[in-house]
Design a protein around this ligand. Structure first.
Ligand SMILES: [Zn+2]
Ligand SMILES: [Zn+2]
Length: 250
């Protein structure tokens, strides 16, 4: 089954030239948003992509460049469109997403006190379990390391496309994706400068064999990205808003 992926944004958390690293995955008439950062509503507006065309959102972790736009998404879906989109989220992140973030802005509504489930059809996901969320579209969350002790997840789409959450470099996991799982594409966060304390650096990714690099699209990059054009080995920077098609059988 083919699916189309468009980055709503491809920037790092502090990027100003690019929007937040969030994506739209379209398959069989269904559109899933992967993360909804603080800049996502503005980016969708620039793309002329109406929020009510997004039927579900998947959350990788709770940083603002990945969840900061959820309040607007929730309010618009409920009050402008009378819709209750699906929220795909690792089961242990459900309460923190509400208690530590969304509750502040969404708790008080004209109907009285609301909960997360008043805005979203919450679909808990288990780590390492492949779940078909729509016919032809499956997701599998994989716990990956970002900040110490912070739950953060990457996603495998239709068994064959790996989409990194924010993660530190993990060669063994990439071997697993490329060799055992035969992934056709890996979308990987890429920190251009500095050391890789909480992200994978370009230098670390350049240590990968060329046959891996050929299948890597770099994302979550900083504003200095143009300075690195031509310096990414066989890897390519993904372009925000541009549609990419992947052939990945579920
Ligand atoms: Zn991020
Ligand atoms: Zn992050």
């Amino acid at each position: 089954m083919k699916f189309q992926l468009r980055m709503i944004g491809s920037g790092s958390a502090f990027a100003k030239a690019y929007y937040n690293n969030n994506a739209l995955v379209a398959c069989n008439g269904y559109t899933l948003m992967i993360d909804c950062g603080i800049l996502a509503p503005m980016a969708l507006h620039k793309m002329n992509f109406p929020m009510n065309d997004i039927q579900g959102v998947l959350v990788t972790h709770l940083h603002a460049d990945h969840i900061g736009g959820l309040e607007e998404y929730a309010l618009r879906m409920k009050y402008m469109y009378q819709l209750r989109p699906s929220l795909y989220i690792e089961e242990n992140l459900i309460e923190p997403l509400w208690d530590d973030s969304l509750k502040a802005g969404l708790r008080y509504t004209v109907e009285g006190e609301s909960t997360l489930r008043d805005f979203f059809d919450v679909v808990p996901l288990k780590c390492d379990v492949r779940q078909e969320i729509q016919p032809g579209l499956s997701v599998e969350l994989i716990r990956t390391k970002h900040f110490p002790n912070m739950p953060s997840y990457s996603v495998v789409l239709n068994d064959k496309v790996f989409y990194s959450g924010d993660m530190t470099f993990n060669r063994a996991l990439l071997d697993e994706m490329f060799v055992r799982r035969q992934c056709v594409q890996v979308l990987h966060d890429c920190q251009l400068e500095g050391n890789g304390l909480v992200h994978s650096t370009l230098n670390e990714l350049l240590s990968l064999p060329e046959e891996y690099q050929e299948r890597i699209l770099l994302m979550h990059y900083g504003d200095s990205m143009p300075d690195y054009m031509g310096k990414t080995g066989k890897m390519t920077f993904i372009e925000q808003h541009k549609p990419y098609e992947f052939l990945a059988a579920p």
